[in-house]
Design a protein around this ligand. Structure first.
Ligand SMILES: C[S@@+](CC[C@H](N)C(=O)[O-])C[C@H]1O[C@@H](n2cnc3c(N)ncnc32)[C@H](O)[C@@H]1O
Length: 481
């Protein structure tokens, strides 16, 4: 649920080994404010775009900033027009998605002493040459110009030589790298162990693609799909191929749709008819599922501990002309008590904090984190939250537990522990309820949604080939104490 500037440029899927990540050392001043208006063929605007992309990537790789925070704190980015914003987003996201492959390819072409900022310039150039339809000349020329701008003028010959070699040896280089190189070793090994080598390669191939723009319709997706020139995947989700600023899409102002991945829309769909029900949406921000619950007629209380994220939720609901009872609170804090109306809560949605590995294609900065989230600590938090919610929902109510994670530690294991200690009973989903995600139904009755779920489900739809975010969802009922 966000504002996005989507690139008008296509990225190619590709083919094949692992090298250590290099971190850039110097933050370089951006030619930020007062950006020239982009006109096609305005080389100055393009060169500035590369510098802005460089600085954003540097903030993510070196200072470990989150992707959206890095865009939000870049004055240079904010000053760009829509088209250049799209180009910068494309270069940054692609460079992060392909960072493992880029590092592996670059390593034998340079010396170990090559400064980190120069390596980053090379990766930006290689991203464009190997994984985009952008002009080869523009990619090389702007890289040479960029390395001069960041103060490494004497390395311009090296940049030129390496990128010309990349142009010459493109096919051979691509054949040398493996799509799974983009996954950090720990993630790659874990997924190969949990999901198998073939599935891991399929997931890795989906994660380097620019994800589709999925829209949740407040009502009747078929009619809205026509207006948005998209494909209704089911009654809730419309898959669009819109490029550009979503605020320019039809009906943006009327607030009858919002951005949400098809899989993220599933937990609320699985609740069935929620009209008139009292529902607590815990861990609610930025509010995609809150909006869906309100649109379906529920009385919603939305809670999240992050005030800034709740501000986003508030402004998202404002655009959608929706209201809910909003609280900023830490649900694990001992002083947090659900209101006296606890016994009235029909359903609780616990969209728990997690490693978010199911959303890597939308948040490729996850791939270049120096530190990996501690799954054991996250599982501990998830279990604490789930135990509390089971005590808050009314005796004949339900708790929907969801995580956008591909790690069984944050899905299957959590539910197995809850069931093992007899803290709840599982209400299995049916294939009918899961609809286009029916293949995610596990024998145990929960939904394990891998990113290729839709590609398996609807082979006749080219839209489905773009996959979906990874998710885990289980439906629980409390057991009387
Ligand atoms: C996966 S995101 C939620 C996404 C959201 N449900 C949606 O659909 O837009 C997890 C959220 O949990 C919140 N969170 C983490 N720990 C929390 C806690 N102890 N109490 C309340 N919220 C928490 C985070 O601030 C974050 O917004």
């Amino acid at each position: 649920m966000e504002n996005q500037n989507r690139p008008k440029l296509s990225l190619k899927a590709t083919p094949k080994k692992t090298a250590p990540k290099k971190r850039s050392k110097n933050r370089v001043k951006t030619a930020a404010s007062g950006q020239k208006k982009h006109t096609p063929g305005n080389p100055a605007a393009s060169a500035d775009s590369r510098l802005i992309a460089f600085n954003i990537l540097d903030a993510i790789l070196k200072r470990q900033q989150m992707l959206e925070a890095a865009f939000a704190s870049s004055d240079g980015f904010k000053a760009l027009d829509g088209r250049d914003k799209g180009l910068v987003r494309l270069i940054v996201a692609s460079c992060l998605r392909r960072h493992g492959q880029l590092s592996a390819l670059l390593k034998p072409m340079i010396s170990e002493q090559t400064a980190a900022p120069v390596q980053l310039v090379l990766k930006i150039g290689m991203t464009q040459l190997l994984f985009s339809d952008l002009s080869q000349h523009a990619a090389t020329d702007t890289a040479v110009e960029l390395v001069k701008k960041i103060g490494f003028e004497r390395q311009s010959g090296l940049v030129n030589a390496v990128l010309r070699r990349v142009i010459r040896e493109k096919d051979m280089l691509l054949a040398k790298t493996d799509i799974c190189d983009n996954l950090p070793l720990e993630i790659k090994q874990r997924w190969q162990q949990n999901w198998g080598a073939e599935k891991t390669a399929k997931i890795a191939a989906l994660m380097v693609q620019t994800p589709p723009l999925d829209i949740t319709a407040a009502s009747d997706s078929d009619t809205l799909a026509k207006k948005l020139d998209g494909t209704a995947l089911n009654k809730t989700t419309i898959r669009c191929r819109f490029d550009g600023d979503i605020r320019n899409m039809p009906e943006y102002e009327s607030g009858i749709w919002w951005v949400q991945d098809a899989a993220a829309a599933l937990p609320v769909q699985l609740m069935g008819n929620v009209s008139g029900k009292n529902i607590w949406d815990l861990c609610a921000a930025p509010g995609g599922k809150t909006a869906q619950l309100i649109a379906n007629g529920a009385n919603v209380t939305a809670i999240d501990k992050e005030a800034v994220r709740m501000d986003r939720l508030r402004s998202n609901l404002r655009r959608l002309n929706m209201t809910a009872n909003l609280k900023v609170a830490d649900i694990l804090d001992n002083s947090f008590e659900p209101t006296a109306k606890t016994g009235d809560i029909d359903i609780i949605l616990l969209d728990a904090p997690c490693s978010a590995t199911g959303t890597i294609r939308r948040r490729p900065d996850i791939l270049v984190r120096d530190e990996r989230p501690d799954l054991a600590s996250l599982q501990d938090i998830q279990l604490q939250m789930l135990k509390k919610t089971l005590s808050w929902v009314k005796p004949d109510g339900q708790v929907f537990y969801a995580t956008c994670s591909l790690e069984p530690e944050e899905g299957e294991e959590v539910i197995r522990i809850i069931l093992h200690y007899n803290l709840a009973k599982l209400i299995p989903f049916t294939p009918d309820e899961l609809g286009i995600f029916a293949s995610s139904l596990a024998p145990e009755g929960w939904a394990r949604i891998l990113p290729d779920c839709l590609t398996d489900a609807c082979l006749d739809s080219p839209e489905a080939a773009l996959g979906n975010d990874g998710f885990f969802i289980a439906r629980l009922a409390p057991i009387a104490a």
